[in-house]
Design a protein around this ligand. Sequence first.
Ligand code: CTP
Ligand code: MG
Length: 231
Amino acid sequence: APYWVIVPAAGAGKRMGTAQPKQYLPLADKPLIAHTLQNILGWPNVTGIIVAIAADDRQFQSLAEAADPRVHTVTGGSERADSVLAALDFLSAQQPPETTVLVHDAARPLVEHGDIVRLLEAASMALLAQPASDTVKQAEPVAGGQSLVRQTLPRSEIWLAQTPQKAPLGRLRDCLARGLKENPAAITDEASALELAGHHPQLVPACRSNFKVTHPADLILAEALLRHRNS
Ligand code: CTP
Ligand code: MG
């Protein structure tokens, strides 16, 4: 079945610490986001892609992938959820509410094709995620900005949410808009908005390569994996 992909790409990349937002940093032969878009354009039956870019973005239109007729842009917002909502508003004006939407971070260039196929086959609300490999501690902040362990969470029940995250267009837009109004701090991904409305999206295990390029070391790892994949 056909579906649309929303790509939030309007962030500043503060944790990367570079002047240039991380989605435009060079990764092997081209900007990071160009790898992500090339990857998405190869997903089975993708109808269209809506990229949320910053209001002052001067780089997106010069990417080779931006010329693909399936690629559209909207202006993003101050938080990731605002950027996603802007794209959902744009899509809602031209597609019916039952349209399937996948939201995928520009900063995850290395998602595996097989994981996409399994996500598309999963429940109507589903997300790629990584079972925790480290033991997970919940912290208790104490004076002086330090943290003490409050408790250890049961690791077998802990998954780290990634993207793509999949949901029907109308439902995702309603839940995200409502969540942003009622509890914006709690809306850190699409699933969290669906959960606030009582839904239980399916967790689909993803390959290790689907990490989000966030810190400088992630860029080095992404480049090494790309070279390995293309060798
Ligand atoms: N994003 C967005 N709009 C925002 C903030 C983030 O579209 N207002 C996008 C980013 O461009 C990225 C994805 O959401 O592709 C995941 O966010 P994150 O990794 O946090 O990126 P940044 O917000 O850019 O990085 P940082 O939090 O370190 O500043
Ligand atoms: Mg951020």
